[in-house]
Design a protein around this ligand. Structure first.
Ligand code: XLS
Ligand code: NI
Ligand code: NI
Length: 435
């Protein structure tokens, strides 16, 4: 088979290496907290960015060089891409991947033809997975690119569009099941609104919940054990998206009785678009026992959209891995690089450099987070900070057995509280000791 990436499989050479085609930190079998790095990190590559992103922006067309792609919508072309993608995964040592139905196979003139095309590509993906041991982290349906979804898919005002979306999800779910996918993601690409002047928000949310319940039912029928993920994002493309952040998603899932079937897939750039830090979103999800998976990228504070850049910030990956280690690691989820190269980086080798950087940055984040945990000063500080709640009274407060009157007694007799410092700067210095 022709090779499209001019390099050998990327080796680990250690921190002193100056080879741009080597890992300096990611050593798959190195044990961290007793577990191999590869199992902590569970790196995944997104089919859409690696194989289908032509690197266009709102002002110009694509620049990406894809010598393997004839630009056509043929199934043959789609099948050819699979080989190139698996060459990429093998060279990177990435063991998981994710797709949208329309990334892997073309959307053809009618639904039946599109389904057939999908079947053909899924058969090939299945062979490739068996041959290489690569696993599908999650599948999803593209319910946002086609013009029919301009006014929403599962929140469309039009029952015919809603049905089309349902059919697409049914098929994508079956394809995920066929490939032993570990999860299935809903990112509500067009599930939101541009103006409330024409929108019945209550009806749209009820319809969305009914749609997700039907997906849960279908999963049971076909033996897909899930979980489903919801991926929060506040805006873009819609002015307001219903799944705007982790807290909004949790509220929606609770309101509609969907909690037990879902987890959240948290993406860095979506967190920041929502006006939160990534650590905030992860912590909200993890506290609810609902952190399922991560779309690992980063945004640009100077640009107001989802720039989907590769994670290169050690501070960020350290904080992400502190949350992941803190919850005991991923179960079905992993770190999916939902990231693309800049438009200027059009050479296929840039895909390799980009992923080396992302993987090494997360490997360092993992090692740093583990070192911070081993050191113990950070968590000891936080624990100590809440110490006054550790006694008998604190326990009664937590158990709902205390009253305002009882606390009033304490306040009347105790005098003005003497506060301990929050020591933010000291703790920031402490983190920097490890980076
Ligand atoms: C877009 C989303 C998308 C999802 C999958 O902003 O991040 O790529 O991850 O539909
Ligand atoms: Ni994403
Ligand atoms: Ni995104």
């Amino acid at each position: 088979m022709t090779s499209f990436f001019a390099c050998d499989p990327i080796p680990y050479e250690g921190p002193s290496s100056r080879n741009p085609l080597a890992f300096k930190h990611y050593q798959p079998d190195e044990l961290v907290e007793g577990k191999p790095m590869r199992e902590h990190l569970r790196f995944a590559a997104p089919y859409w960015h690696v194989m289908r992103n032509v690197l266009a922006d709102p002002f110009g067309s694509g620049t990406a060089q894809m010598p393997w792609d004839d630009g056509s919508d043929s199934v043959e072309n789609a099948l050819k891409r699979v080989d190139v993608f698996f060459e990429f995964l093998a060279k990177m040592g990435i063991e998981y991947y994710c797709w949208h139905d329309r990334d892997i196979a073309p959307e053809l003139n009618d639904l039946a033809a599109s389904n057939q095309a999908l079947d053909a590509v899924v058969a090939k993906l299945k062979d490739k997975q068996a041959e290489t041991g690569v696993k599908l982290l999650w599948g999803t349906a593209c319910l946002f690119a086609h013009p029919r979804y301009a006014q929403g898919a599962a929140t469309s005002p039009d029952l015919k569009v809603y049905s089309y979306a349902a059919a697409q999800v049914k098929k994508a779910l079956e394809a995920t099941r066929e490939l032993d996918g570990l999860g299935y993601t809903f990112w509500g690409g067009r599930e939101g609104y541009a103006t409330l002047l024409n929108t019945d928000m209550k009806r749209e949310l009820d319809n969305l919940a009914a749609f997700l319940h039907m997906a849960v039912d279908h999963a049971k029928q076909i033996g897909f054990e899930g979980p489903f993920y919801i991926e929060p994002k506040p805006r873009e493309p819609a002015t307001h998206q219903y799944d705007s952040d982790a807290a909004a998603c949790l509220n929606f899932l609770r309101e509609y009785g969907l909690m037990e079937h879902f987890k959240l897939n948290i993406e860095t750039n979506h967190a920041t678009l929502a006006g939160h830090t990534m650590e905030h979103e992860l912590t909200v999800a993890a506290n609810a026992g609902m952190l399922g998976s991560i779309d690992a990228n980063r945004g640009d504070t100077l640009i107001g959209w989802d720039t989907d850049q590769f994670p290169t910030d050690l501070y960020l990956t350290t904080q992400v891995m502190l949350v992941v280690l803190g919850m005991g690691g991923f179960r079905t989820g992993g770190l999916n690089f939902d990231a693309k190269r800049r438009r200027e980086s059009h050479d296929p080798m840039d895909l390799i450099y980009a992923h080396i950087g992302g993987m090494d940055t997360f490997a360092r984040g993992l090692k740093t987070a583990a070192a911070i945990r081993k050191d113990g000063r950070l968590s000891a500080f936080t624990q100590e900070r809440y110490q006054s709640f550790d006694g008998e009274l604190g326990k009664r407060i937590a158990d709902g057995k205390c009253s305002l009157s009882e606390l009033e007694q304490l306040a009347l007799s105790g005098g003005e509280p003497e506060l301990a410092s929050g020591r933010q700067e000291l703790l920031e210095n402490l983190i920097n000791e490890f980076i």
